[in-house]
Each structure stands twice: as structure tokens, then as C-alpha cells.
Design a protein around this ligand. Structure first.
Ligand SMILES: Nc1nc2c(ncn2[C@@H]2O[C@H](COP(=O)(O)OP(=O)(O)OP(=O)(O)O)[C@@H](O)[C@H]2O)c(=O)[nH]1
Ligand SMILES: [Mg+2]
Length: 464
């Protein structure tokens, strides 16, 4: 049976990047897309999925020539009638063609509106829609391939598999509530439900672990460099970035403002912030810089404290001072995200291996030389360990909202297990499993608030 799609008012947008290119594509979707496509390309009919060569006609003559393709509903990206007009990739030509589409009744598509329609018409689920945006904005190969795997349905299939299992257990539980005396078996205590719940918990943990890696892959981590003036913070940023991005001099207090650089460390994207060296100073500009540095330190996922191996100042004292200067006492929080780097080991004959304790935490510094590059690979490995970045072979892209929903699903499933094994409360088991299902359904969009949809699709580019 052919799916019936209610076609909405026609939208149009330039689907290729604005600029100069061999080809530029205008995309139309909606109830008049076919009619507008025929008018512009001067055709009486367009055969679905055929490339028709055409001269594109404007009000006062031919605008451009190229290829027009018609995708008949529901066999199109949006599920509606879609027409793609492929002309030359010039800004003026593309805008003239787009204006012509508007004259013929289409309106400008808003950001993500094509994908929103694809979602509404059941062509893709929410995870896949997000994966499109992530694939387009990917800045590393790992991000791109993971996004395409999510787009192909790998992530959605895992969620749908779990949803199906939850439905089955709910049926079993509901049956045991409705027919408590059926046969000789007491459904609630025969162990079947418990083992099925355990199976789901195991799978939830697996998906959660994959999703957490996927979120790290997508969003990266915020790493902040802090330390005394001249320790080599800016030199470390330059070394990790592979370009001379920050100014480096032997003048203490060189960096005044904070500077952020996005760096790809073998798949892990870090947003690295260089800061002003921390010291007592009367210089107004430097004071402001130090204030900003402290703000950045609190916002960091990982704090790299850089120390000059040759300085007389004791590193332990410095770190303790840094922690002590925090009025709100987030010492433990800062200790958690702390990595200590001792720089300039090229100035020594032997690299020391000193460790020390702050509170009860053992601090094992990483020794490096920003000048020669010695120890930098080890630092990168330790950074990855610190944030738990170990992406699996077939990773998937994921977002914070997915992880939040997975965690809620896990909590409700654990509740279900408790109601079953501790309280033997069949109704409450069923209710917790329903809540777990609801949380999982939010991921693919089976149960989703309109407000969330608006938020997701508005972050897309126009034309997608
Ligand atoms: N020998 C040696 N010198 C280094 C190394 N790394 C940095 N330096 C030198 O140390 C000095 C300070 O380096 P910066 O990177 O500007 O130090 P910073 O921590 O950013 O300093 P401020 O911006 O003033 O806080 C410069 O003269 C660098 O050339 C290193 O590994 N070995
Ligand atoms: Mg600096």
C-alpha cells in the first residue's frame, strides 16, 4: 500500500553552499513543487527520478540551464513531492532561480525544515535527523563516519530493539497481574521477568557506553591551560595545534586575554584555552586577564596546569594555592579534572619522576618539552584517558539529550527491578517499565515535545 502524505505549502532553498562551484542545487518540497518545477524547466511533464536537461526560465528570459529531477511523493527525502533544480553554482544565478521559485508560489524554507518534514512524514527518525546535521558539520573523519552510521539507522535499531523487548516484558507483567492464578506458575517470582530486566539493563549499559563515546566524539572537551607566567602554556597550545597560534616570548605576562583553539587530537576534539599566567600584579590589563583565566579554569572539563621544571616555586605549593584561591571551595572538583604538566625538560640531563599528594590524591605529572616535542604524545594519551575517550570501531554519534534519556531509562528499569524483587509489586513494575520505554522513545522521537523538535531542527542549515 502506498503511504499517503499530506503535502504542505511549498518551500524552497539553495541546498548547496553559497559560493562559486560547478553545480548549485535548489530544492523544492511541497504541494506545488512539481508544478513550479515544470514551469521553471519549461516541461509539460517530469518523469519521476529522471534527469531532464532544461533551460530554466525566468520572467524576462532564460536564467540558467542544467538538470531538473522530480522525486514523486512519498519516494523523496521529505516524503512530499520534491524537485531539485541543478544549475551552475554561482551566487547570482542561484539567487535568481530561487527568486523565480518564490514568484511561482514557493516560500523560503527555514533552517532544517526539509528534515523536519522528512521526520514528520516518517522518512527518518529524530536520531537520523540529528545525524544528518552532525554528518554535515563533522570536522573529523571519526565524527563523519560515526554520524553516517547513526544516519543509516545503527543507533535507532539498537533503541528500537530495546523498545520491543520492553513491550514484551510489559505484556508478560500485565498478563501476570490480570491472570494471577493462571496455571501453577507465579509469573512475578518465576525469575523470567527478572532475567529479562537484567538483560535490558546490560544492553542499556552497552548503549550508554557507546553513546557517551559518541557524545565525546561530537562535542569534544574543554581543556584549559593554567600556570605561572612563562611556564610555557602558550608554547603547549602551539605544539598541540601544530601552528604558531599564540604569541610566545620570554617576557612573563605575555598572554593577557584568553585564546581558544579547536584541535583534533587523533579523533578527540579539544577546545583548548590559553590563559594569562597567574601571579600577583598591579597591571590592570593583566589583572583582568587573570580574572578571566580563573573563570575559564572553573568551566574546564580538564585543567592542564603547566609548570616550568626550572622554576624555584614548588609545584605542590602552586597547585594548592590555585585550589585555595577558589572562594566557593570546589577543590575536589578541580582535583578531579587536574593534569599536571612539567615543561622544559630539554633543560635537564635527566627527566625526574616525582609524584606528590594533594589531599588524598596522588599527582603524577607528565614531563614534556614544548621546544622539542618530547613527551607530547604521552600527554595526549593521558588526556584521552582522563576524559575516557576510547571510541569503539563502530562508534555512533550521540548527543547530551540521548545520554540523558538513556540514563533515565536505566533508572526506571532499575526501579522496575526493585519493585519486582523487593516489593513484588506487579503494577509498579509495569509502570516503571512504561516510563523506561517513554524515555527511550524520546530518543528516536516516538514521544517528543514540540518544543524539543523546534530546538533540534532550528540548529540545522537552511536547505537541509
Ligand atoms: N627550553 C625551553 N623553553 C621553552 C619551552 N617551552 C617554552 N619555552 C620558553 O619559555 C618562554 C615562555 O613561554 P610561553 O609559552 O610564552 O609561556 P606562557 O606560560 O604562555 O607565559 P605567559 O603568557 O607569560 O603566562 C618562552 O621564551 C619559550 O620559548 C621548552 O620546552 N623548553
Ligand atoms: Mg602565554
Amino acid at each position: 500500500m502506498t503511504q499517503v502524505v499530506v503535502q504542505q505549502p511549498t518551500i524552497a532553498a539553495i541546498a548547496t553552499p553559497i559560493g562559486q562551484g560547478g553545480v548549485g542545487v535548489i530544492r523544492l518540497s511541497g504541494k506545488n513543487a512539481y508544478k513550479i518545477g515544470c514551469q521553471i524547466s519549461q516541461k509539460n511533464t517530469l518523469i519521476p527520478r529522471h534527469a531532464h536537461f532544461a533551460k530554466f526560465l525566468g520572467e524576462s528570459g532564460v536564467i540558467d540551464e542544467g538538470v531538473v529531477i522530480y522525486f514523486k511523493a512519498p519516494h523523496s527525502f521529505t516524503g512530499e513531492d520534491v524537485v531539485e533544480i541543478q544549475g551552475h553554482g554561482g551566487v547570482v544565478l542561484q539567487n535568481m532561480l530561487l527568486s523565480r521559485c518564490f514568484e511561482l508560489g514557493a516560500r523560503q524554507a527555514t533552517a532544517g525544515e526539509f528534515s523536519m518534514r522528512a521526520f514528520e512524514n516518517g522518512k527518518i527518525d529524530l536520531v537520523q535527523a540529528e545525524a544528518i546535521a552532525d554528518a554535515i558539520s563533522a570536522t573529523s573523519m571519526a565524527q563523519a563516519t560515526s554520524a553516517i552510521r547513526s544516519l543509516s539507522g545503527n543507533f535507532s535499531n539498537k533503541i528500537n530493539g530495546l523498545l520491543e523487548k520492553l513491550t514484551n516484558i510489559r505484556l508478560y507483567v500485565e498478563a501476570s497481574i490480570d491472570f494471577p492464578d493462571e496455571g501453577d506458575v507465579d509469573f512475578l517470582s518465576d525469575g523470567v521477568i527478572e532475567s529479562k530486566i537484567n538483560e535490558i539493563l546490560g544492553q542499556l549499559d552497552d548503549i550508554l557506553a557507546t553513546a557517551e563515546q559518541g557524545q565525546l566524539l561530537r562535542d569534544g572537551v574543554h581543556v584549559v591551560l593554567a600556570g605561572r607566567p612563562n611556564a610555557g602554556k602558550s608554547s603547549l597550545l602551539n605544539r598541540l595545534a601544530g601552528v604558531e597560534r599564540a604569541i610566545v616570548t620570554d617576557v612573563a605576562g605575555t598572554t593577557r586575554d584568553i585564546l581558544e583553539e579547536r584541535i583534533n587530537l587523533g579523533g578527540l576534539v579539544i577546545h583548548l584555552t590559553d590563559t594569562a599566567g597567574l601571579r600577583q600584579t598591579d597591571d590592570k590589563v593583566e589583572q583582568l586577564g587573570i580574572h578571566r583565566a580563573k573563570d575559564a579554569i572553573h568551566r574546564a572539563d580538564v585543567l592542564l596546569v603547566v609548570h616550568d621544571v626550572a622554576t624555584k616555586v614548588d609545584l605542590k605549593v602552586f597547585v594548592e594555592e590555585l585550589l585555595g584561591s577558589d572562594e566557593t571551595d570546589r577543590t575536589d572538583e578541580i582535583l578531579q579534572k587536574l593534569l599536571v604538566v612539567i615543561n622544559k625538560v630539554d633543560l635537564l640531563n635527566d627527566v625526574p619522576h616525582e609524584t606528590f599528594y594533594i589531599k588524598d590524591q596522588l599527582i603524577v605529572p607528565t614531563y614534556v618539552s614544548c621546544e622539542t616535542g618530547w613527551g607530547i604524545d604521552e600527554l595526549i594519551d593521558r588526556l584521552k584517558d582522563k576524559v575516557g575517550f576510547h571510541p569503539p570501531e563502530n562508534g555512533l554519534i550521540a548527543r547530551t539529550r540521548h545520554i540523558d534519556a538513556l540514563k533515565r531509562a536505566k533508572k526506571h528499569t532499575l526501579d522496575a527491578k526493585e519493585q519486582l524483587t523487593v516489593f513484588f509489586a506487579g503494577e509498579l513494575v509495569a509502570e516503571s517499565l512504561r516510563l523506561s520505554q517513554q524515555a527511550l522513545g524520546e530518543i528516536t522521537g516516538r514521544v517528543t515535545a514540540d518544543e524539543l523538535l523546534g530546538k533540534i531542527f532550528s540548529s540545522f542549515c537552511i536547505g537541509k
